[in-house]
Design a protein around this ligand. Structure first.
Ligand SMILES: [Zn+2]
Length: 74
């Protein structure tokens, strides 16, 4: 171990789409994404504006809130 790891020369970034390490070089045509798939997914989300509007299924389930309220109503 002398600190001269070959991988250290490869610049890695975090894929904005899935968070996996992505190779940031001309070898990776999908950079800064880890793959072409993530690149397309990200572009698709921008096109649908899903990026700006939180998905409804990410909000707490209404059933949980209602049961909590009824338990504490009296
Ligand atoms: Zn990815």
């Amino acid at each position: 171990m002398d600190g001269s790891e070959p991988l250290a020369k490869k610049r890695m970034v975090r894929c904005p789409q899935c968070g996996q390490p992505a190779l940031f070089s001309s070898e990776n045509s999908a950079r800064p994404f880890c793959s072409e798939r993530c690149k397309l997914l990200d572009l698709g989300q921008w096109a649908n504006e899903d990026y700006r509007v939180p998905a409804e299924n990410q909000t707490p389930a209404l059933d949980d809130v209602e049961s909590w309220e009824s338990e504490n109503s009296d």
